[in-house]
Design a protein around this ligand. Structure first.
Ligand SMILES: [Mn+2]
Length: 351
């Protein structure tokens, strides 16, 4: 079944208007601007002059409606909805701005605009072979980039210098761009789970947490490694070892049919017993066209893993004043277990 067929099967309305760029790519293979109008009979890309050629090349099976002058997005979408006799139209209310929504609502008086809800997100949870291939290629680029720069990073460099080196290496290896803002957090900055790289100079005895990913065909990868510099203290070494074991426990727990909450619990209990209140985020998340997708490995998830899911396993320990450590892999759930897309080393490296 194609993504579009799955979408039509799940669509509880006469028609839908899709705006998220990632969903345009997922449904139509189209990477330009604009939106999609989808009904049982019509599949239409609405866009402007700049993208007409992209539509013809990337989505030859789709009809095209050109936005221009009076023919605005709301006017064209309303024309299509009325021509189809649509009574309800799904829209991404969690993506459209208030003003954009008002524009469509005004043009479509008499048509019931309804939230699309989590429908496309739910469908995107299960990746097909071509999506998995892109994610694996992105993960390999990131892993290789990390291994390649290890001999070149050293004390005296700033976090931002390491960030630039890592990102440049991923681009050199074929990444379309970074999957998200790279995190490079050294010393006490490691206690901030989402620290922004700064001009702080890395010193001997410190840990450096690198959280980064590459992008291939719009699909992202996600990995984190923490490395040491010089001789790392016993306190930091113990933090590292706790996270490493917790991450392995989490990986070992991932399998089809397993509850996401249970997987989170296994890693969390191990850390909580040693460092109470030091692991405050969830264990992992889905990865795909978005860096954060469903399903989530978290305390309040009700999801159960199925083959085709792609999730991260990323426990961490964060101790204000001392520092922190996180280790993360992205794994594919298969019929028989998992495929780990990340193959970079996980023992404590002291540079
Ligand atoms: Mn992550």
């Amino acid at each position: 079944m194609t993504h579009l067929e799955a979408f039509l099967n799940a669509m509880q309305a006469d028609a839908a208007l899709v705006h998220r760029p990632e969903n345009l790519r997922w449904l139509a293979g189209y990477t330009g601007e604009g939106c999609l109008f989808i009904s049982a009979k019509r599949r239409v890309i609405l866009t402007d002059f700049r993208y007409l050629e992209e539509v013809r090349i990337q989505a030859p099976d789709w009809e095209l409606e050109q936005v221009s002058g009076e023919a605005t997005y709301p006017a064209l979408a309303a024309k299509l909805a009325r021509a189809e006799g649509a009574k309800q139209l799904l829209v991404e209310t969690d993506h459209l701005t208030y003003d954009a929504y008002q524009g469509f609502a005004k043009a479509m008086e008499g048509i019931d605009l309804q939230p699309m809800g989590g429908m496309p997100e739910k469908l995107r949870e299960i990746k097909d072979e071509s999506e998995l291939d892109s994610i694996r290629r992105a993960a390999k680029i990131a892993s290789d980039a990390f291994v390649n720069i290890l001999p070149r990073i050293h004390t005296g460099m700033t976090e931002r210098q390491v960030q630039r080196m890592l990102e440049f290496e991923m681009l050199e290896l074929g990444s379309e761009g970074v999957a998200f803002d790279t995190i490079a957090a050294s010393g006490p900055n490691g206690a901030l789970p989402h620290a922004q790289p700064s001009d702080r100079v890395i010193e001997s005895g410190e840990l450096l947490t690198l959280d980064f990913g590459a992008t291939v065909n719009g699909y992202r990868s996600d990995m984190t490694r923490t490395v040491g510099f010089g001789r790392v203290s016993d306190a930091l070494r113990a933090v590292y070892e706790t996270v490493r074991v917790a991450q392995q426990l989490g990986l070992d727990a991932v399998a089809p049919g397993k509850s996401c909450r249970e997987i989170d619990r296994v890693a969390r209990e191990y850390i909580d017993a040693r460092y109470p209140n030091a692991f405050g985020h969830s264990l992992g998340h889905g990865v795909g066209l978005f860096i954060h997708e469903q399903p989530r490995l978290s305390m309040n998830s009700t999801d159960v893993l199925v083959p085709g899911n792609v999730v991260t396993v990323e426990p961490g320990v964060y101790i204000p004043g001392l520092g922190g450590c996180r280790i993360e892999d992205t794994v594919i759930v298969t019929e028989g277990g998992i495929i780990n897309t990340v193959d970079a080393p996980k023992q404590l490296i002291e540079l």
